[in-house]
Design a protein around this ligand. Structure first.
Ligand SMILES: [Zn+2]
Length: 328
């Protein structure tokens, strides 16, 4: 797999570390979600472990190390992440890691550890990890990956070489997306994916635009009482589309934006503009802001064990009531 086009400059930077023999003992890769930070770190790990890297710096994919890496059994590669989704990286995991690091690497190259997402180390884990960073072991490279660098201990951050992945140029992403998808509406996809090229590609492959359109229709049909909020909530719950609440948030934001017709603000959902415009004329702005507050508050609970079906019910019933009120 080649390096993603917008990550090329960063890749060259990493390759310089290797060729000049100054690979950092701790590297922090930060940047927005969906830009390929983990992919870059994994490619770099493979390259550091490879016995015979290519001129591009990428691993050869054929040597013993590469085969072990591919089979996810390389003894000198460790990837640390929360044991369960939504949970933290615990002190137990970090202690186990550190005890492994007291042994020498098995091969005569580097040993690479990827911690991802690094901000999910809980306080005790972060403190234990900091102790390791104060006395790191030889030939060991720890790569921390985060999209929330401010959540890391400043003392950890200060001990790392930093690689910051900025939002890539839109033209680079656009041409990459056009190469990889049949769908033509790459701008809309990218808009929905909030600028993340990898998420936009995922959306294209899953035909997410149709799913989103169906959900939007159901939501509109609640407003004109052709759909019952509880039934829609049940359907949405079954869809388990992780972005559904984000979409709904953008519909509400766009409704609010449509309330200010003089402003030339761009909508999140330009393809729904006419329908949103018609809808917003009938609704009170104050009610919309209340709905917006509710959606934001519920969005914060998404990562918890909250019952998602009742979460949708609450929002959609509020939405239905709000529309009923305006029809009185
Ligand atoms: Zn190799």
């Amino acid at each position: 797999m080649s390096v993603l086009p917008w990550l090329q400059p960063h890749w060259h930077h990493l390759c310089d570390y290797s060729s000049q023999n100054r690979v950092p003992q701790a590297l922090l890769i930060s940047g927005n979600k969906g830009l390929g930070k983990l992919q870059l770190a994994t490619q770099y790990a493979a390259s550091l472990l490879c016995a015979n890297p290519q001129p591009s710096g990428l691993a050869c994919a054929h040597c013993n190390s590469c085969l072990l890496f591919k089979a996810q059994t390389h003894p000198d590669f460790i990837q640390l992440q929360p044991e369960e989704p939504v949970k933290t990286i615990t002190i137990g995991q970090i202690r186990q890691l550190i005890s492994r690091l007291t042994l020498k690497p098995q091969f005569d190259k580097y040993r690479v550890i990827i911690i991802h997402p690094a901000e999910l180390m809980n306080k005790a884990a972060a403190n234990a990890f900091l102790k390791y960073l104060e006395e790191p072991t030889e030939r060991t490279v720890v790569i921390l990956i985060t999209h929330k660098p401010t959540r890391l201990l400043p003392t950890i951050v200060s001990r790392c070489q930093k690689l910051i992945i900025n939002q890539p140029d839109i033209s680079i992403i656009n041409s990459w997306l056009k190469q990889h998808t049949e769908q033509h509406d790459v701008n809309l996809l990218l808009n929905l994916a909030q600028g993340s090229p990898l998420l936009a590609l995922h959306y294209a492959k899953e035909d997410t635009l149709s799913l989103r359109k169906d959900c939007f229709e159901a939501w509109i049909n609640i407003s004109n009482q052709r759909n019952h909020p509880v039934i829609v909530a049940e359907n949405w719950f079954k869809l388990t589309a992780p972005s559904l609440l984000t979409w709904l948030t953008t519909w509400v934001i766009d409704l609010i934006r449509c309330h200010y017709p003089t402003s030339s603000t761009v909508l999140y959902n330009p393809d729904f503009k006419d329908r949103l415009q018609r809808l917003t004329e009938k609704i009170d702005l104050k009610d919309l802001y209340e709905l917006y507050d509710l959606v934001l508050m519920r969005q914060k609970l998404l990562d918890t064990s909250i019952n998602k079906q009742s979460l949708f019910e609450e929002i959609l019933i509020t939405w239905a009531d709000l529309n009923l009120k305006t029809q009185k």
